[in-house]
Design a protein. Sequence first.
Length: 278
Amino acid sequence: MNLKRTDFIMSRNTVFTWIVMILSSLVLLFILAPLAGMFIHTGGAQFLETVKDKEVQQSVWLTLWVSFAATFIFAIGAIPFAWLLARKKFPLKNFVQGIIDLPIVLPHTAAGIALLGFISRDGFLGKIASLSGLNLVNHPSGIALAMAFVSLPFLINAARDGFAAVPERLEKAALNLGASQTKVFFTISMPLAWRSITTGFVMMFARGMSEFGAVVIIAYHPMIAPVLIYERFSSYGLNYARPASVFFILIALLFLIALRLLSLKRKEKYLNTDAQTD
């Protein structure tokens, strides 16, 4: 009797596993099929012509360096902010965390309109920038702000979770031994949370790089790659836009892989330095 019951349970578990595998395969197919189709339907001659196109090269390069610059600059404030959210209790903390997530749920064109009112010549930040002769609209700096606005929550949330996972007793032990809060942050908290920080950095970079809605409101020119792809699609159709999309995806993947490898080397350096100190 017990043997039959065991066989029944195992059979039921096997059926569940197969159902999960089938559903997972369908989800994976849904992600891969459009990308594979785009690569398959892009002719070699078309692709090579697009790769040599100066306009495409400049657009892709602009997208990469502006997104990276936005991520790097805003990370200077976002990472300590994430530590604060993970370690400290303060009034309206849940409200603050809700504000951080707000750009994720906003329609990105609405985010662009809101940001345009802030950075245009009549806006608060725009007036400050205009004092030095800088117009943030239709400028790489404005594009960077638009990218950062929609992507910053990914870095803050990932880094916050990383800091929250660091045992607080390690930080307290170092403080009790006379280490300053700054030293504890850079030698204990950040190295132990580095994997999550790296994930957030890459996610913010990738999200900013792919942004269209907010950026197109701020700056149609100079064109980042998503705007260029849209412009080619709306003006000339799918066949003209597809090779540029393939080129941008390949370059973005290479850049993301390089960024991931550099961050892993950075983590190893932190760990080796910490081991030598011990």
